[in-house]
Design a protein around this ligand. Structure first.
Ligand code: FES
Length: 163
């Protein structure tokens, strides 16, 4: 799947195309899409997208938060803490490839930070960690940062509620 494409491969095989022909065709299409992606996205974005860090809803999170983008995409972030420190961070999104890369890079970045340190991470910091994003995808980084801040707020709320 290409970064800019949310659609999934249709594995149905037609009668007049053999499995190996289809495989070659898909490999060629995939290569073309990867070449197009690399013209638009940095190596960091492509690498995070291909190997995302903790892309899951965390069942035992100490805090979770979400953010909805004007584009219609959604991002959720989850944090597990040990005292003041974030020991694990995960994300879940139905958004584009840049959003996957943003959630992944942010989750990776804040693990080991204190809640206060992570709260001060700005969208521009994340864009910079990703080696830049195209202007029309900068909001993807903002979505991840907003979701994380909401998750960190949720940690504080839960702590206050527990006394
Ligand atoms: Fe909507 Fe990336 S295009 S979050």
């Amino acid at each position: 799947m290409a970064l800019s494409d949310k659609s999934r491969r249709d594995d149905k095989q037609t009668d007049d195309v053999t499995a190996s022909e289809l495989e070659v065709l898909m490999a060629n299409i995939s290569k073309i899409m990867e070449e197009e992606d690399s013209k638009v996205f940095s190596n960091e974005v492509i690498s995070e997208f291909r190997n995302p860090h903790n892309p899951e809803r965390m069942a035992d999170a100490d805090g979770s938060g979400m953010a909805d983008g004007l584009c219609g995409d959604m991002m959720e972030m989850f944090v597990k803490t040990d005292g003041p420190r974030i020991v694990r961070c995960s994300f879940f999104t139905d958004g584009c490839g840049a959003t996957v890369a943003s959630g992944s890079r942010l989750a990776r970045f804040v693990e080991g930070m204190t809640v206060d340190e992570a709260s001060s991470v700005r969208p521009i910091d994340l864009v910079s960690l990703l080696g830049g994003l195209p202007e029309d995808h900068e909001h993807c980084a903002a979505l991840a940062v907003i979701a994380l801040r909401n998750a960190l707020r949720n940690v504080e709320e839960r702590r206050r509620a527990e006394g």
